[in-house]
Every structure is written in C-alpha cells, then in structure tokens.
Write a protein that binds this ligand. Structure first.
Ligand code: SAM
Length: 281
C-alpha cells in the first residue's frame, strides 16, 4: 500500500512530529498538539518546538483539554487558504482547529475528477473542506453532518471562500444516504469520513468496523456509472484487507478499488500515518 500525502501547501506545514506530539504551521501561526500516531522520535528538541510555537494544547482527559498561549498578541481565530478555498481556524477544546490537513489530498482528487455539472455528496462532512473543494469546481453539493454547530462552521468556510448554495443537511449520514437511495438520487462524487465510533439515527453507538459494509453498500448505490467514492477510515481495527473484500463485494468487480494509507509528511521527511484511504471509481 502506498502512502498518499499532501505536499505543496503553502499555508500549512507539518514542521516536526514525535513523542506523541506534532508541531504544525497554519499560515503564520504554529501549534503543538498531541497525536498518538507520532510515536517516533522528533527531529527537533522540545526547546526548539517551544521557541517556534504560539499555542500548545494540553490534554486534561483523553482528547479534551485547553490551549496554552506561548506567545502573546496572537489571535485565537484566523484564516488559512488552500488554493481558492479559505478556512476559518479556531482553537477547540478537543485539540482540533477545524481542519484535518491530511485531507487536502482528497480535495485535490475531487477537484481533478469532478465535473462542473456533477453532483457531490459529503457524508460526515465536518467543516466542509471536501464540500467547498467540490463547490469551487461548480458542482451541486450536499453536505451532511449530525452536529448543527459544525454545519454552521462549514457554511462560514463556504462564505469565506466566496462560494454559495451548498445544500446543508443536518442529519444522520447513513439515514440521509438511505433516504437518497429510496428517492433514486445519484451522485458523481461521494466522500465519507466516518468517525471510528459513531452515534446512529436513534443515538445507538456503533463502531466503524461493524458499520462500514452498510455505509459502503448504501453509498455505492448512490454512485453514478462513472462516479467516484472516497472513504477515509481512521480506525486501526478496520483492516485494509477487510475494506478491499467489502469494496469488491459491492462493486461486483466492475470498478477499480484502491486502498492506500492516508499520511502526512514532516519537513524532515518522517511520516504520520492516519488510517486507510479507499478510492473506488
Ligand atoms: C472525522 S470528522 C470528519 C472530518 C472531515 N472529513 C474533514 O476532513 O474535514 C467526523 C464528522 O462526522 C460527524 N458525525 C459523527 N457521527 C455522525 C453521524 N452519525 N451522521 C452524520 N455526521 C456524523 C461529526 O460531527 C464530525 O463532524
């Protein structure tokens, strides 16, 4: 399996990583955040990291904590660009800042493969990186997320990117996809980024390794004949072999299935691996 990673993004840089932490530059602002996938030794010393960084996230419980200010007079919210896309960056208490930078490879793939007259569906859409990338090529875009405030953040990103008319769907992703299937709607591009653990339509708890087949079967049913589907699965419990088998079952051998590793590369050449990136087309 190949590592698929972003290069060539002026406004974002993974400066260094290691000891379960990463040092990242977002425009002019540099952060230190925990990342359990950075299990190796960093290139630079912690002293050098602290000299560079403006903010450091301190975990209080797993994935929840607070940001320590390391340099004064730095805004807590700012903007970042990826080509024509503009994102609003905010320091959240869950260590995230509103973007998963490794996803930029998907935004590029979408822009290279989606036609202006195409229809695009983003399930588990978060702050809308993929939705905005698709809308920027002219496609008719449906963005679905079950958290209202997240959809509002995605809308803000759309407006900052000088785009309009994305259809915002506040719903359970699988439930919405199943309804679209019943209505006979088709999409020329679909991306889904389900969390490792999710909450379903009736607030029931599910694990991606149990839910993936149903999600894939439903989304494959929504795909137009020459459409593409991208699935990100960040869970180590869902193995590439299993993804391949499920994907082959629902494509009936009629489409190409590629499962690779979604990664990010530090300036010094180390890789953080995030899980599997599946492309079906
Ligand atoms: C891992 S994030 C997706 C990140 C996105 N791919 C990106 O790069 O910007 C998962 C998102 O799924 C949403 N979510 C979780 N469970 C959901 C469900 N059952 N239906 C719809 N959205 C859900 C969360 O609110 C969150 O925004």
């Amino acid at each position: 399996m190949a590592r698929i990673f972003t290069s060539n993004w002026k406004d974002y840089e993974l400066i260094d990583a290691g000891n379960d932490l990463k040092l990242e530059r977002w425009g002019k602002i540099i952060t230190i955040r925990p990342d359990r996938n950075a299990y190796f030794t960093p290139q630079l010393s912690m002293g050098e990291w602290k000299e560079k960084a403006h903010f450091e996230f301190k975990e209080i419980t797993r994935n929840k904590g607070e940001w320590k200010v390391l340099k004064n007079d730095v805004p807590q919210e700012w903007q970042l660009s990826f080509k024509s896309l503009v994102f609003n960056i905010k320091l959240t208490q869950f260590k995230h800042v509103g973007l998963f930078p490794e996803q930029a490879v998907n935004w590029e793939f979408i822009q290279d493969n989606l036609k202006p007259e195409g229809r695009f569906l983003n399930l588990f859409g978060y702050t809308g990186g993929a939705s905005i990338a698709a809308r920027a090529v002219g496609a008719d875009v449906f963005h679905c997320d079950s958290v209202k405030q997240i959809n509002a953040w995605a809308k803000e990103n759309m407006e900052s990117s000088n785009l309009n008319d994305i259809h915002w769907v506040h719903d359970d992703a699988l439930k919405f996809a199943q309804r679209e299937l019943k209505r006979g709607n088709k999409y020329d591009g679909i991306i889904m980024d389900p969390p490792a653990f999710g909450l379903g339509a009736k607030k029931e708890r599910w694990k991606i390794e149990d839910k993936f087949a149903e999600l894939l079967e439903t989304t494959m049913g929504l795909l137009s004949n020459d459409g593409f589907l991208i699935a990100n699965t960040y869970s180590p419990r869902l193995k590439a072999k299993q993804i391949n088998e499920i994907a082959k079952q629902y494509t009936g051998g009629k489409r190409k299935v590629e499962v690779n590793v979604l990664a990010n590369k530090t300036t010094s050449g180390k890789f953080i691996e995030y899980g599997d990136l599946t492309r079906i087309y």
